[in-house]
Design a protein around this ligand. Structure first.
Ligand code: G3P
Length: 217
C-alpha cells in the first residue's frame, strides 16, 4: 500500500520522505492556504523532495480553463498529478489531460457512481473522501469497498486514493479493503507508530535497565 502525505508542509514531507513513508503528496487549496506559500513555488519544492506523484489542484470550474490550469501545473515537474473536481467539467478536463499523458487525480468523490465515471474518463487516481462522509453519518469505508469491487469487476487501472483520512483506524481499514493509496496528514501517519503497550513496555525496560547499572555506549 502506498502512503501519500496530505499536506503542503515541506518540513513534514521531508521527514516522512527520509523514512520512506512518502510515496507521494496530495495538496488542495485549503492546504496551500495553510502553508501560507505560493502554489507554484511550494509545489515545485515538494516535487523536488518526493519522487512519486504530487497532486496539485486546479481552481477553475469550467473544462477549458481547468485544462489550461492543469497544463500549467503539469509544467512544474514531471511527477505532478493534476487534481480536478468530480464534476461533469472536471471529467471533461480529466479526459483531455489524461489523453495528453498526464496523471490526473479526480477529487471530491463521494459516490461509487462518480468513481466509475472517473475511471471511464481515464483518471490515474480517484479520491473518495471518507472522513467527510463519516462527518454526515454516511459510511465512508463502505464507499471505498464499493469502488474496490467495481474497479476489480472490470479491471479498471485507476488507483483508489483514500482521502479525508482522520485516524489511524481509517488507514488500517482502507488497507484491509485494498485501497491502492491512503493519503493522510503527517500527524495521522506518525500516530500509526503509537501503542500504549509499547509505551508501558518501554517504561518497564528502562526502569529495569537503570537497576542493572550497565551501559551500552
Ligand atoms: O485529500 C483530501 C483531504 O485533504 C480532505 O481532508 O480532512 O479536509 O476532509 P479533510
Amino acid at each position: 500500500m502506498k502512503f501519500f502525505v496530505d499536506t503542503a508542509d515541506v518540513d513534514a514531507i521531508r521527514e516522512l520522505n527520509d523514512l520512506g513513508m512518502a510515496d507521494g503528496v496530495t495538496t488542495n487549496p485549503s492546504l496551500i492556504l495553510k502553508s501560507g506559500r505560493d502554489i507554484l513555488e511550494v509545489t515545485k519544492e515538494i516535487c523536488s523532495i518526493v519522487e512519486g506523484p504530487v497532486s496539485a489542484e486546479v481552481i477553475a470550474l469550467d473544462a477549458p480553463a481547468m485544462i489550461e490550469e492543469g497544463r500549467k501545473l503539469a509544467q512544474i515537474a514531471p511527477n505532478i498529478a493534476v487534481k480536478v473536481p468530480l464534476t461533469w467539467d472536471g471529467l471533461k478536463a480529466c479526459k483531455v489531460l489524461s489523453g495528453e499523458g498526464r496523471m490526473v487525480n479526480v477529487t471530491l468523490c463521494f459516490s461509487a457512481a462518480q468513481a466509475l465515471l472517473a475511471a471511464k474518463a481515464g483518471a490515474s487516481f480517484v479520491s473518495p473522501f471518507l472522513g467527510r462522509l463519516d462527518d454526515i453519518n454516511l459510511d465512508g469505508l463502505q464507499l471505498i469497498a464499493d469502488i474496490r469491487a467495481i474497479y476489480d469487476n472490470y479491471g479498471f487501472q485507476t488507483e483508489i486514493l483514500a482521502a479525508s483520512i482522520r485516524s489511524v483506524n481509517h488507514i488500517t481499514e482502507v488497507a484491509k479493503i485494498g485501497a491502492d493509496v491512503a493519503t493522510a496528514p503527517p500527524a495521522v501517519l506518525k500516530k500509526m507508530a503509537e501503542h500504549p503497550l509499547t509505551e508501558r513496555g518501554l517504561d518497564t525496560f528502562m526502569a529495569d535497565w537503570q537497576k542493572t547499572g550497565q551501559k551500552i555506549l
